[in-house]
Design a protein around this ligand. Sequence first.
Ligand SMILES: Nc1ncnc2c1ncn2[C@@H]1O[C@H](COP(=O)(O)OP(=O)(O)O)[C@@H](O)[C@H]1O
Ligand SMILES: [Mg+2]
Length: 356
Amino acid sequence: MDLNIQNVIKSYGAVKALDNVSLNIPHGSLVCFLGPSGCGKTTLLRAVAGLEEIDSGRIMLGDNDLSHTPARSRNFGVVFQSYSLFPHMTAARNIAYGLECRSWTKAQIAARVREMLDLVHLANQAEKLPAQMSGGQQQRIAIARALAPNPSLLLLDEPLSALDAKVREELRNEIRALQKRVGITTIMVTHDQEEALAMADVIVVMKDGHIEQTGTPQTLYQQPLTSFVADFIGRMNILPLDKTAGNSLHFADKVLKLDAAEISGSAPVSKVGIRPEAVSLLPATQTMPDDNHFPATIRSQIYLGHISRLEVVPDKRPDVKISVEMHGTANRAGYLPQTGDAVTLHLPADALRVLS
Ligand SMILES: Nc1ncnc2c1ncn2[C@@H]1O[C@H](COP(=O)(O)OP(=O)(O)O)[C@@H](O)[C@H]1O
Ligand SMILES: [Mg+2]
């Protein structure tokens, strides 16, 4: 069953933590709420969990209106950032606890605990207390505990953010694989764009209590609609257009050519963006067609091993620095740019995005 969030509003005094949020979460998908601190991710997750009463709007699971159902009756599994395991109980007892509360039989509980420990690859840690396990192991037990009663939804609030980078990356893959195996609809809150890109079927980018854009990782990266999304997921050069009258877009004294689909909207274009890896550089001596090619100069160059990052300034717009990323040190044409070089900067039309 899909989870359907309809026009949800939640205020804390003067702060609108959720400002008319609507969203459909398809059954079986892993959805990430992504955004900077304070944008309302936790509030939205807690509203879904029933831990936060909403001011207005509805939360539907299939045809069931859960808006006013108490948390304990929603049958959702919840995992928070800080390890919320019962410290005096072993891993196995932690997992068993919720099943005892639901009056499962002893035999059912024993079988389920074993199954859950196997699922998170911690069968050998069954008798350990939380303090005797690593942070990553504790979070896996917390997930096993949340999944044990067969919840209809799994809700994770920054479950990896207290872990160190290596463990975080391992657990990222493990949660993703586990979620697919179990097939449970999952919402994960994160402020880490890389985590969201790596794990989510769908990313919901939030800002100031509203949804900025929803889409697959590919869509959000390749077709961001706003400069906020473009900048929050990856890096984006925003080209300040020349101030000219009329409809055509001018940049560095030339008419900028964009794909027709990009400029089909009704609103006037004010911002155009391009990803650093989509910009190409050519030796100034190479003759090129006129489209979106600009004489420019390389200002700086940083070698980062797998990529090089360059700063390039168009000769006709010396106020604009364009960040360029190249794999290795040479671009596809085998050209190795150096600081101070005069180059031809190419902004391919199919890589230019109109942003609002
Ligand atoms: N219990 C609360 N009382 C008052 N303000 C709150 C409370 N919880 C959250 N807020 C405010 O609501 C906004 C959204 O918070 P939150 O959902 O926790 O953001 P996020 O999880 O994205 O960091 C913030 O401005 C925060 O200060
Ligand atoms: Mg939060």
